[in-house]
Write a protein that binds this ligand. Structure first.
Ligand SMILES: [Zn+2]
Length: 298
């Protein structure tokens, strides 16, 4: 009897340990191939290194994002760039849907695509865009993720794909827009250890980083160096500048999660806001969802 008790205790303990190490399923949903990389690439690389399953989903094919290419050829090129970026980050999957770029609307059809994607990934964490943004695709991508936030657990919605048993945590990826209200950096993740992976991933989006982006920025594509190493260095300088802690509220959040003084040693961060829809985690649960949040001694 004593032996049986001992074995049961060992089995229960092992199951508990297994559960504690179970990988998290994380899906980030953007409008274009490169949105998730910009806002979540570093944190995604950290999750991937820790053995968690990360998927990036672009709701459009990106087939309008170029000054001299377009349509199916550009969509194919960008799908290839996204796959390469996903590989460089170590994430499981980078999918781009066929909805047209610059024409994304928060239709029932797109909402259902999002609901099915979140369910099929069995997501614990869903990241989306806020609905305040310069690009209508970003606003609409944000809207459909919000619209899916409750429906993922409703069995009569998309009955061909089993509903989630637990509502995931929904987070917004960072942006700089202030009206009607500014982004709130509830969680700030230090990405110094993976900043090079993030730059490598963005470097894979050649059509955007070195051609279309500079073209939209004052037709400055001719200022981009042509050599592979030189242009990566050019990109690196820009990404590092954009990834600094910048604001006082980001600094306060970083120190909340990593300890006092962390902001004096951490150089690069990504920030996330907890959406009011979906599961509402407390601080202890956030540490389980973001296992990279650990005290840093300055
Ligand atoms: Zn975009």
């Amino acid at each position: 009897m004593k032996k049986l008790f001992l074995w049961s205790a060992i089995i229960i303990l092992s199951l508990g340990l297994l559960q504690a190490q179970e990988p998290l399923n994380i899906i980030a949903i953007g409008a274009h191939p490169d949105d998730c990389d910009f806002k979540f690439g570093g944190t995604a690389a950290l999750f991937a290194k820790m053995g968690h399953n990360v998927k990036f989903l672009s709701l459009t094919s990106g087939d309008a994002g170029h000054q001299s290419q377009g349509g199916g050829a550009l969509a194919n090129r960008r799908r290839g760039e996204a796959k390469e970026a996903g590989k460089r980050l170590g994430i499981v999957e980078y999918e781009t849907l066929d909805n047209h770029d610059a024409e994304l609307l928060p239709t029932l059809e797109v909402r259902h695509q999002v609901i099915r994607a979140i369910r099929n990934w069995n997501a614990d964490i869903v990241l989306g865009l806020r609905t305040n943004d310069y690009h209508p695709d970003h606003r609409n991508a944000g809207k459909v993720v919000q619209d899916a936030a409750y429906m993922v657990i409703v069995p009569n919605v998309c009955p061909d794909t089993p509903p989630l048993e637990k509502n995931p945590v929904f987070l917004y990826m960072q942006d700089r827009f202030k009206k009607p209200y500014p982004f709130s950096p509830d969680i700030v993740v230090a990405i110094d250890d993976v900043i090079e992976e993030k730059i490598d991933a963005l470097d894979a989006h050649e059509s955007q980083m070195y051609e279309w982006g500079p073209w939209t920025n004052g037709r400055s594509q001719d200022l981009v160096p042509t050599g592979k190493e030189e242009r990566r260095a050019w990109l690196s300088e820009r990404i590092k500048r954009r990834s600094g802690i910048i604001s006082l509220d980001r600094k306060a959040s970083l120190e909340k999660w990593y300890g006092a003084g962390a902001a004096t040693v951490v150089e690069y961060v990504e920030a996330f806001e907890i959406a009011e829809y979906g599961y509402q985690p407390n601080d202890e649960e956030i540490r389980k969802f973001f296992p990279m949040l650990k005290t840093i001694r300055p």
